[in-house]
Write a protein that binds this ligand. Structure first.
Ligand SMILES: Nc1ncnc2c1ncn2[C@@H]1O[C@H](COP(=O)(O)OP(=O)(O)OP(=O)(O)O)[C@@H](O)[C@H]1O
Ligand SMILES: [Mg+2]
Length: 378
């Protein structure tokens, strides 16, 4: 299955009445002889049931494309029959059109799951037009369901492919890095410069592959979380500490404010570390020189909240919509030649949500700084 096949299949959007089955349910079908003959002329295959019980049995057996259902019948009436059909997983999706008398409560038909009604005495052309309309809607619905399944499968195939390629690229790259490290001690200064370039480029590629593998693992549900009681203050402090050097390089001051000494949460330690690292590295990356970054951690009875606020390039209104999407490299650009892949925040969002948390960004606009907030329920 490929995209071309999906598009090809999409071309014909009208249901073919000639291939459609209709179940007519009426305790006096002889009154409907003229209608049945009329529908027969349009190639519909017609089945008849004389009461609700028979209709339910027949519907499960023949799986009609549409049901034309009388309301008043001996035994279970049309409303109850429809209710049963809608409760059964197999017959739930079959559209039911009620044949009602003027005095019947038509709204009740919709309440029990009917899609439409025709009023007796029946106008044959109107009945046919409604049948055609609902069969077409159902036909398109089925088509969309199938396309959805195909797209999910295609996406899975893409994820598997990406996972396989990324994984296979990682090994030779690690080998290159290992060899570069070995060569380092046995070469001259001039060659060492070239070696540093090989190392830097290989490391960058490895980072990229690791991010791709990461997002792939999360998207295909292969990343298992190991939830345990962890202490967030220390974890956040370590993350702030790790970013001290790149911040100092830009004369950026990192301030960590904590309101409570200890802040406990059931969460995955690696995922939380990855979330903090991504947000703090962004704050440093998108801030100009000589600015401040404030990192805060609060807790209440119900939530734990971490805020990372910078005085950098801020987020435009347009960028706000896309900032957590994959491969979003937006108007804010790194201020000191740092790398930007556009995957970090999409990984953050997926990780936060996998632990029932929320993450969002606030900014008053371009060059007004950004505030990223992560909140987890306790
Ligand atoms: N603190 C921030 N201030 C302003 N813009 C930001 C900030 N953080 C992220 N952005 C914008 O959002 C985009 C997406 O960020 P994201 O972290 O997903 O990717 P990245 O930093 O470009 O690359 P990486 O995958 O290495 O994290 C960035 O390219 C940047 O334009
Ligand atoms: Mg980033």
């Amino acid at each position: 299955m490929n995209l071309f096949n999906i598009q090809e299949k999409n071309k014909n959007n009208m249901a073919n009445l000639e291939k459609s089955k209709i179940l007519v349910v009426d305790d006096k079908p002889e009154n409907l002889d003229v209608l049945i003959d009329y529908l027969d002329k349009f190639g519909l295959t017609i089945f008849v049931a004389r009461n609700g019980e028979e209709a339910i049995q027949l519907a499960t057996k023949i799986m009609p494309d549409i049901i034309l259902l009388d309301v008043i019948m001996p035994g279970i009436d049309g409303f109850q029959t429809c209710h049963h059909l809608k409760e059964n997983e197999n017959t739930r999706e079959i559209p039911v059109i009620f044949m009602t008398a003027l005095s019947d409560k038509k709204v009740k038909g919709f309440k029990v799951g009917g899609v439409d009604y025709v009023t007796k005495p029946l106008q044959h052309e109107e009945v046919l037009a409604r049948i055609r309309a609902h069969i077409t809607i159902r036909f398109q619905q089925k088509k969309l369901e199938k396309q959805n399944e195909d797209l999910l499968q295609l996406n899975q195939e893409k994820n598997d492919f990406l996972g396989m390629v990324s994984h296979d690229l990682k090994n030779p790259l690690n080998n290159i890095l290992g060899i570069a490290d070995l060569l380092n001690s046995s070469i001259q200064d001039k060659e060492r410069k070239l070696l540093r370039l090989i190392e830097a480029n290989s490391k960058r590629m490895l980072e990229l592959i690791t991010e791709l593998l990461d997002i792939n693992r999360i998207e295909s549900g292969k990343r298992d979380l190991s939830l345990q009681k962890i202490e967030l203050t220390a974890l956040l402090f370590e993350s702030v500490y790790r970013h001290r050097m790149p911040a100092e390089k830009k004369q950026i001051q990192l301030h960590f404010e904590q309101t409570d000494k200890n802040c406990y949460l059931y969460a995955d330690r690696t995922a939380i570390t990855q979330i903090f690292d991504n947000l703090i590295s962004n704050a440093v990356k998108y801030s100009p020189f000589d600015k401040h970054i404030n990192i805060r951690l609060f807790q209440s009875e119900k939530v734990v909240r971490c805020e990372i606020q910078d005085e950098g390039q801020g987020i435009t209104k347009q960028d706000q919509q896309k900032i957590f999407a994959k491969f979003a490299r937006l108007s804010a650009r790194p201020t000191d030649g740092e790398n930007s892949t556009g995957l970090g925040l999409s990984i953050v969002k997926k990780l936060v949500e996998s632990m029932d948390g929320h993450v969002w960004a606030e900014s008053e606009g371009k060059n007004k700084g950004s505030l990223f907030i992560v909140e987890f329920p306790r």
